[in-house]
Write a protein that binds this ligand. Structure first.
Ligand SMILES: *Cc1c(COP(=O)(O)O)cnc(C)c1O
Length: 380
């Protein structure tokens, strides 16, 4: 959704201190000896991949994780050192790039390990990788039944260091969830057996934010890393894990009032007249819409904050505008006044989870969209 000329009225600010504080709060939940891989894929969920990665490394994150090889290469070019996990693995054409930049892809297929082994030998260095196992997500990974045999075969390949087993939970973030529990048990027993056979697999990983905020019980074999994404940015993987850690929303999105106007009782507002003024009503026209990454599905449901006070959205969210109800505002806001669509204003706050809730989506999608569409500034 990147634009030729982002609206100068609109600004995303990213509070890197909030990311650092969230990392510290999440560390307190980790079992002894477990490190953090900070997940910075998708431009750090819209927060800016390089600045967030730098801050996470400065705060002691043991590793970083991206989705694509290209993202990892970009981090290396920015001078970032240490392990970088590539969660989506790689295509055969990407193996030289992965080896050249010392990236650690998650792989699940013999041919991909063999190709990486070749690229590593050609480059004359050892390349790290992880064996991904599908314990129930049905996305990527070797089946649990074939995982150990595959591990023995790929461990014998020259040029490769298999640093961990990896898997991903499909239903995490809900305490006591039986599906996550089952996945954790499968993973734990595979990891225990692999270690019994002499594979150290120190950087193994299972849990993302949801798995850490609501840890499956009796998953006895401790993995070495938690892969934390949304929680570092202050969002929740599921509402059930609200309050488990004192997380702060790192992103703030502001716009301006383009106009303030009085519409008469009975006037229909915005496309389709989804809302009609029950009485003469002061409306503010906010200079941001769905082309700025603000979700159209928040039409007639969401709110914004003006001078620390909530103003409900009236009617449909447009491409470049949102109408909000200024009833009860005294003094009446004026054109040019700041509007907070995400984040804090005075004593009030709109979190990415709240906005996601109004829009029938998740905080992840909110921050990705807003971050991609707007000018962005970082505060350290
Ligand atoms: C995106 C992703 C994560 C991070 O998930 P959060 O819920 O944002 O913490 C971890 N592991 C994998 C495989 C992922 O794709």
């Amino acid at each position: 959704m990147s634009r030729v000329a982002p609206n100068p009225d609109n600004l995303v600010t990213v509070d890197l201190q909030a990311v650092a504080d969230n990392l510290a709060a999440l560390r307190a939940l980790l079992p002894m000896g477990m490190g953090v891989a900070g997940v910075v894929k998708a431009d750090a969920y819209g927060h800016g991949m390089v600045p967030v990665a730098r801050r996470l490394k400065a705060e002691g994150a043991e590793a970083l994780a991206v989705a694509q090889v290209n993202e990892g290469a970009l981090l290396r070019r920015a001078g970032i050192e240490g392990p970088i996990l590539v969660l989506m693995g790689l295509t055969p054409e990407q193996t030289p790039l992965a080896a050249a930049h010392d990236l650690s892809p998650f792989l699940a297929v013999w041919e991909d390990f063999a190709a990486l082994s070749q690229a590593a030998q050609a480059g004359g260095a050892q390349t790290a990788c992880h064996l991904k196992i599908d314990t129930g997500m049905s996305r990527l990974g070797a089946s649990p039944g074939e995982a150990l045999e595959l591990l023995e075969r790929v461990a014998a390949l020259p040029g490769l260091k298999i640093e961990g087993l990896a898997s991903h939970l499909a239903t995490s973030g809900v305490p006591g969830d039986p599906t996550a529990q089952k996945q954790a048990e499968v993973f734990s027993s595979l990891l225990a057996e692999a270690r019994r056979r002499g594979h150290a697999l120190p950087a193994s990983s299972l849990e993302a934010s949801g798995g850490i905020l609501a840890r499956p019980k009796n998953a006895s074999e401790p993995p070495g890393l938690a892969r934390l994404g949304i929680s570092l940015y202050g969002g929740l993987p599921a509402m059930e894990s609200r309050g488990v850690a004192p997380l702060r929303t790192a992103m703030r999105f502001i716009s301006r009032l383009a106009a303030v106007r009085l519409v008469p009782a009975g006037a229909g507002v915005s496309y389709g007249h989804l809302w009609r003024a029950p009485q003469d009503t002061w409306l503010g026209v906010v200079a941001a819409g769905y082309s700025d990454g603000y979700p159209r599905s928040a039409s007639n449901r969401g709110q914004v904050l003006i001078a620390g006070k909530p103003a409900p959205i009236r009617g449909r969210v447009c491409m470049n505008a949102v109408m909000v109800d200024l009833t009860g505002f005294d003094p009446l806001p004026a054109p040019g006044d700041e509007v907070v669509l995400l984040g804090r204003s005075g004593a009030e706050e709109i979190t990415a989870d709240q906005l996601g809730g109004w829009a029938d989506t998740i905080s992840y999608e909110i921050t990705c969209s807003l971050g991609a569409a707007n000018r962005r500034r970082h505060r350290s």
